[in-house]
Design a protein around this ligand. Structure first.
Ligand SMILES: Nc1ncnc2c1ncn2[C@@H]1O[C@H](COP(=O)(O)OP(=O)(O)OP(=O)(O)O)[C@@H](O)[C@H]1O
Ligand SMILES: [Mg+2]
Length: 400
């Protein structure tokens, strides 16, 4: 881009002469006799202003300083003022007053030699070139930042979209898992359970008919006992799997009923600590809490090898807290670390619990040592939809 040099000198052909002086410079020279004649666009796009002192009076200084103050941040047009020469204090004071509003001003005293003027203008052009480079750099950076902003926004949209898809998928999986479990529990209870019951009855009839042959009687008693065991296991399993309908009973009474059923069928000793008054939480919260109870108890029976399980449900600082603690063998430390990081290493049980609790903005803690395992979930009662009833902090302990 070619530089433009605006020259303003009111007397005779001064402006023309100055331009001729500067013929050696590769710039577009624009001579004017009055500052007011210079179009604003020419002033604004000037690389350097060269102004004879006579062209400056208070109103032109004002006009010029307004334009110079409005420059963009990168721009500071170098201005060279050709002074009248001599040492009049009046003139000097005037020049000092003028320098302030105009800013980037160099004073050159006349009479001038061509070489002095050329070198001053050259220096000014050089400084202006640097300013243009800064302008270009800033413009490029702005475009880059805009592009970056657009890419970031696009990325955010994609992430939000994928997160929503994944969340939908995991909710669907959990719903399907519920349905599947309900079906398996029903099938186990209704078909396999019935078959085993029929087998037990037939065996009892057979036992009566068998008479007193001792070894056959012994074998048969063993078969009957195994059948009983299978029947009990199937009942426990289908009981553990089948979620009760919480609609009528609510979490607290369903928990009481469920835990006593599990204790009765499996023989594990269960301590249950519940608030003394029954109350209801929103359906979604109750369903998730029950599922946590169900999964945790299933894990205790399947993995812990425990004699005792302690279940606590209580309220503390706007949260409902459910804790299931067993006195079993505990989770091996390396598996525990992976499960605490929720790497997909375990089964669906703990991961599903975590997912459901997250959806309620709650928290799940898993702690384990060789003395047993504790699963603790906290659900904010506020986050639950309306209808939550303040929880009584008293609790009652029942040993089953
Ligand atoms: N109370 C516990 N005591 C000892 N180990 C446990 C206990 N709970 C969980 N675990 C260990 O953590 C693992 C992961 O549990 P999780 O419930 O996620 O899966 P799972 O019970 O193996 O399978 P799923 O629940 O899908 O049927 C279990 O396989 C088991 O090794
Ligand atoms: Mg499990």
């Amino acid at each position: 881009m070619m530089h433009s040099l605006v020259v303003v000198a009111p007397v005779g052909r001064d402006a023309q002469l100055i331009c001729e002086f500067l013929a050696s410079l590769d710039v577009k020279r624009r001579p004017y006799t009055q500052l007011r004649e210079v179009p604003q666009s020419v002033l604004e796009s000037a690389s350097v202003l060269l102004i004879a002192e006579e062209a400056l009076d208070p109103s032109t200084v004002q006009h010029l300083s307004t334009i110079l103050q409005d420059q963009p941040a990168w721009s500071d047009i170098p201005t060279i003022v050709l002074t009248g020469g001599g040492a009049s204090t009046d003139s000097s004071a005037r020049l000092v007053r003028m320098r302030e509003p105009l800013g980037n001003v160099t004073l050159l005293e006349r009479p001038l030699r061509s070489v002095t003027l050329t070198s001053a203008v050259r220096t000014a052009l050089r400084a202006r070139t640097k300013q243009y480079q800064m302008r270009d750099y800033l413009a490029e950076r702005k475009i880059m930042l805009e592009d970056l902003g657009k890419a970031y926004a696009a990325l955010e949209t994609t992430v939000a979209h994928r997160t929503a898809t994944l969340r939908n998928l995991s909710q669907r999986l959990l719903r399907l898992q519920d349905e599947e479990r309900r079906r398996i529990a029903r099938d186990l209870h209704d078909s396999t359970g019935q078959v085993l019951t029929a087998l037990k009855i037939s065996l009892a009839v057979f036992q009566q008919k068998l008479g007193e042959e001792p070894s056959a009687k012994h074998s048969l008693a063993e078969i009957i006992s195994l059948t009983d065991q299978a029947l009990q296991e199937i009942r426990t399993m289908s009981y553990l799997l089948h979620p009760p309908t919480l609609d009528h009973s609510g979490f607290i009474s369903a928990a009481r009923w469920y835990v006593s059923g599990v204790a009765e069928r499996s023989g594990i000793k269960a301590d249950l600590e519940l608030p003394t008054h029954d109350f209801r939480l929103p359906d979604t919260v109750e369903r998730v809490l029950f599922r946590v109870l169900q999964e945790s108890l299933t894990n205790v029976l399947r993995h812990a090898n425990a004699d005792r399980v302690h279940i606590r449900f209580f309220a503390k600082e706007e949260s409902a807290i459910l804790e299931v603690a067993d006195d079993g063998d505990g989770i091996p430390p390396d598996l525990l670390a992976r499960l605490q990081g929720m790497e997909s290493d375990g089964g669906v049980g703990l991961a599903g619990m975590k997912e459901r609790i997250n959806e309620l903005n709650g928290d799940l803690e898993l702690n384990s040592s060789s003395r047993g395992t504790i699963v603790k979930v906290m659900v904010p009662i506020e986050s639950a939809t309306s209808g939550s009833v303040p929880m009584s902090k008293e609790s009652a302990q029942v040993t089953l």
